[in-house]
Design a protein around this ligand. Structure first.
Ligand code: NI
Length: 160
């Protein structure tokens, strides 16, 4: 739960969880489930966006989040374990938090999702229409809470 602070007015603040995006349904089910769980704990509206491959993309997700609301402040959380090119370069550019010469999405990483077919890595970045305030947070990081999850997985494996 967010602490009671005057600037976090539930009526004008939304939360956007930004995930990488995958062709596998389990990826979006996971982030959507997390958003639902979070939504049950907060008065703030919680939305989900995908960096690539899956819809809604970040601009569309922001439109969905603020539609028919008074939201003028969005807390954007990259639900990535660590910083990488998407979190340090692409997402800030899509959120119009930084200006750069190139509008190409970074393409130097190769994981499974990127191997087959065409997706929008080579296309220009679509940027958000939102004119309110964006607060862009750190990714999950080397947080003791993340370690707790890792330990839980190990303990479960040992107890099988
Ligand atoms: Ni990627």
């Amino acid at each position: 739960m967010l602490e009671e602070k005057s600037e976090f007015n539930p009526d004008n603040t939304g939360i956007l969880l930004i995930s990488h995006g995958s062709r596998l349904p389990i990826a979006s089910e996971t982030i959507t489930r997390l958003a639902e769980m979070y939504g049950q704990e907060t008065d703030l509206k919680v939305g989900v966006a995908y960096m690539e491959i899956h819809e809604p993309n970040i601009p569309d997700a922001l439109d969905i989040l603020v539609k028919d609301t008074n939201i003028d402040t969005v807390i954007a959380v990259p639900v990535f374990l660590s910083h990488g090119m998407h979190t340090t370069r692409d997402i800030p550019k899509i959120l119009r938090l930084k200006d750069e010469d190139s509008d190409e999405v970074s393409h130097h990483h190769s994981h499974e999702d990127h191997n087959e077919g065409s997706h929008h890595h080579s296309h220009d970045l679509e940027k958000i229409n939102f004119d309110g305030k964006i607060i862009y947070t750190e990714p999950l990081g080397a947080d003791p809470l993340v370690l707790e999850i890792i330990k839980k997985r190990v303990e479960n494996a040992l107890n099988q």
